[in-house]
Ligand binder design. Structure first.
Ligand code: UD1
Ligand code: CA
Length: 457
């Protein structure tokens, strides 16, 4: 059995009040549509089709990491019409799973259960529906069953009788059925209904008429089938999703100071006994080895932190490699290409870019290190600046093992300070300092005795 997933994403999403097509609005840093495609892609060999209309170009431009075949629906004439636009590209032997680009939290396990329910592996199979019981079913298509509990049809809210409005079991829109049956039924849909639309839901009654089995299953979690129409609903699902990720991290052995105050926009791989304080944001692919501790209000993007490393509050780490037992922060910024060896320290109000900080070396206060290579056990004094940029070109600074750079020094790159060398505080270094040398490059102190301060006239 081949599988074709058809995701509907042509709607305008007016209630988002946005220039961005609705399905591109991010949830945990990824477009909602990408979440749907990711869940479907885990079903195995699926051909993915996406029906687009409003903002089609933007959607195609932004959804690049999935192998998708696009179908255009220039006018939104209903869900049945939308699915029909994809059918010419769908393998006629396939089982079709219909999903929605604005229903982002659907789980792969639920979809697999739904597909199993079609029994398409044993021939043409039946129709499987995902339904839920809602306390307030207003607005939804109702699942109409006969006295024996067999599904008869779906009636849209606007077409339903007063009696049918009392039904609490509603259609989520997600269904699975063979392409063969869809190709037979979709051309027969009519738009003679309250909304003048070609309703996908009308195929249920056709299935019943044709003696095709219709079965319904429920998702494990109501949020899986919750659609997003406005930013309030998106924010609600964002919190649900973040909480799920937080719970998963805790199950993996991470201590979270508050599972409601962490945001993961990507993936976090963790070792054992990782601790994360409140207000931290993780983006892209982050790895935290055993015993890593992250203080409050840190942002960590696409970085790897080695075992036992501590990041103190308000630090920003982006595309950095931090080895074991390092200390970073508070208020540190590691920019792309920062590479800290074991036991290195980067302290408060320090910025590091594209630089190696060797084993055990310390950059503790108010410093900028850019395009530099620092050896082992060097001490970089407070306020040190690597002057790596002349306004046009970038140059390198090399600092050897055990070097000591006195406070408030400027190292004008290209610069080289040898192993064991010392730079006196307040120096502006423009010439190479050899191993073990002392460089003093500052105005000499002159004391004037009997000096009178100016007085007011
Ligand atoms: C649909 C179902 C309803 C179900 C509800 C669940 C139909 C006729 N009704 O109603 O039974 O309870 O979803 O939320 O299917 N779309 C297109 N092209 C179109 C029309 C819709 O791409 O021409 C997309 C929309 O962007 C949206 C989704 O399909 O993401 C659902 O469409 P919408 O019009 O909101 O359907 P509902 O009226 O909510
Ligand atoms: Ca809807």
């Amino acid at each position: 059995m081949t599988l074709a997933v058809v995701t509907l994403a042509a709607g305008k999403g007016s209630r988002m009040k946005s220039d961005l097509p609705k399905v591109l609005h991010p949830l945990a840093g990824q477009p909602m549509l990408a979440h749907v495609l990711a869940s479907a892609s885990q079903l195995g060999q699926a051909q993915q089709h996406v029906v687009i209309g409003h903002g089609a170009e933007k959607v195609q431009q932004q959804i690049t990491t999935f192998d998708v075949s696009w179908a255009m629906q220039t006018e939104q004439k209903g869900t049945g019409h939308a699915v029909a636009q994809a059918m010419p590209d769908v393998d006629p032997q396939a089982t079709v799973l219909v999903l929605y680009g604005d229903v982002p939290l659907i789980r792969t396990e639920t979809l697999q259960k739904l597909l199993d329910e079609t029994h398409c592996d044993k021939g043409i199979g039946g129709l499987a529906l995902l339904t839920v019981e809602l306390d307030d079913p207003t607005g939804y298509g109702r699942i109409v069953r006969d006295g024996a509990g067999n599904i008869q049809e779906i009636v849209e809210h606007k077409d339903a009788s007063a009696e049918q409005h009392k039904i609490h079991e509603v259609n989520t829109g997600i269904l699975a059925v063979s392409a063969e049956l869809l190709n037979e039924w979709l051309p027969k849909l009519s738009a003679e209904n309250a909304q003048g639309e070609y309703y996908l839901t009308d195929i249920i009654a056709m299935a019943v008429d044709n003696g095709v089995a219709v079965r319904a299953i429920h998702p494990q979690d109501e949020y899986e089938v919750q659609g997003v129409n406005d930013r309030l609903q998106l924010a609600e699902l964002e919190r649900v999703f973040q909480r799920q990720q937080a719970d998963e991290l805790m199950r993996q052995g991470v201590s979270l100071a508050d599972p409601a105050r962490i945001d993961v926009r990507g993936s976090v791989k963790v070792g054992s006994d990782v601790r994360i304080d409140v207000g931290c944001v993780f983006e892209g692919d982050v790895e935290l080895a055993d015993g890593v501790e992250i203080g409050p209000y840190c942002v960590i993007k696409n970085s790897v932190l080695g075992a036992g490393t501590q990041v103190e509050s308000h630090s920003l780490i982006d595309q950095a490699q931090v080895a074991a037992d390092c200390t970073v922060g508070p208020f540190a910024r590691l920019r792309p290409g920062s590479d800290l060896a074991d036991g290195a320290k980067v302290g408060n109000f320090c910025e590091v870019k594209k630089s190696v900080i060797g084993k055990g070396s310390k950059v503790n206060h108010l410093t900028y290190i850019g395009d530099a290579e620092i050896g082992e056990n060097a001490n970089i004094g407070a306020g040190t600046i690597t002057c790596n940029y002349d306004g046009v070109n970038k140059f390198k600074t090399e600092i050897g093992d055990n070097a000591f750079i006195g406070s408030n020094s400027s190292l004008v790159a290209p610069a080289k300070v040898g192993a064991g060398a010392t730079v006196a505080a307040g120096s502006v270094i423009t010439k190479e300092v050899a191993d073990e040398e002392l460089a003093v490059a500052r105005g000499k102190q002159r004391n004037v005795s009997g000096w009178q301060r100016p007085v007011k006239k």
